[in-house]
Design a protein around this ligand. Sequence first.
Ligand code: SAM
Length: 399
Amino acid sequence: MFLWRVKVPFILFVHKLIYIRNILLSVFTTAFGSYELQRLPAVHNESLRAWDAADEMLLQHMESAEEDLSGASILLINDQFGALSVSLHKHAPHSWSDSWLAHQATRNNLQLNQLKDTVGYLPSTEQPQGIYDWVLLKVPKSLALLEHQLICLKPYISTNTRIVAAAMTKHIHTSTLAVFEKILGTTTTSLARKKARLIFTSYEKTAPQSSPYPTSFYEKDWDIHLTNHANVFAREKLDIGARFMLQQLKQLPSARHILDLGCGNGVLGIIAQRLQPTAHVTFVDESYMAIASAKESYQREFAAQQADFIVGNALTNIQAQDIDLILCNPPFHQQHSMGDHIAWEMFKQSRKHLIPGGQIWLVGNRHLNYHLKLKRLFGQYRQIAANRKFVVLAASKSG
Ligand SMILES: C[S@@+](CC[C@H](N)C(=O)[O-])C[C@H]1O[C@@H](n2cnc3c(N)ncnc32)[C@H](O)[C@@H]1O
């Protein structure tokens, strides 16, 4: 009893200190206001903020243009956690992104700052509307996505549109600038500031163009055609981790409801469906383009069969209560930052969602030590196969 009384106030006090410190460190201040911003998923690492110097430069540039922004139509492309959307919320910007997490982070950050949600959320698989006065673009990691976005942007800009892109200097390559130049027109860059740089491009090449994406490829070992939209992982060939996982799928336990978690083009779920034709398969990914790709690949393979395709963060948008098998080739990047926090979140949520006796099967680089995570969460794990680079592991939820 005595211990309880002493401990509770102490824990609350420590928690509050961390909480205050966290908020102090996450205030984003520009000429457009000061806002608390958080990443999604939240990472317990204070060095990873929800914005970067490229966001700051974009807003500084907009402010220094001294234009009256009232009534201006603004398109934000690849705003990762809402730093631009929140700062410009008074102008009801449109946020065009391939990331469901980016859109959800924007909603969360508007709410965190008690702001009305005025943002128009546009998935990458849909088209923007109208002609924009301003386009602010954060350069994506994938050059194919940049190319696709610039081509798709053309009907929605005019020669008067201000088009400004930004990125950390180390992510701007000659090939990045060449894409702007080839698709839109003359392109120049600013001086670097805090290791970030702006890219200015003037729209001259106004003839419409069609995007080369999505593409598809034939994988002969598995006799399968896979569709890949511009931002999809392993766009031109099968990922080697996925290939190793596929070789083990014949050993899968028979299942009624299989979840392909972080499905990309859907190859794991599609091959599992072939092996277990009576199972129901659900595909989930946080990338709109991944879900579109998985759907197209699945429908080509199983014209008369139904599956579910759900965009969301790990299993947070999954309602089903009967999942007895989860297949996962987890991500280890979120745009340019690396880490296993998303994998950890996926494993934790998998344990919660699986029915008793249900299993998760995953593939990962050996050095990522996913077995330690499975042991911690499930109390046990089995190694199904290993080669020099990868390991396939399984764990069961106790009954
Ligand atoms: C390593 S790739 C695997 C793709 C595919 N399953 C394969 O094996 O080729 C990881 C996938 O996880 C997705 N992803 C990343 N973060 C996610 C999240 N929080 N929730 C759901 N999917 C996510 C990525 O978009 C990517 O498609």
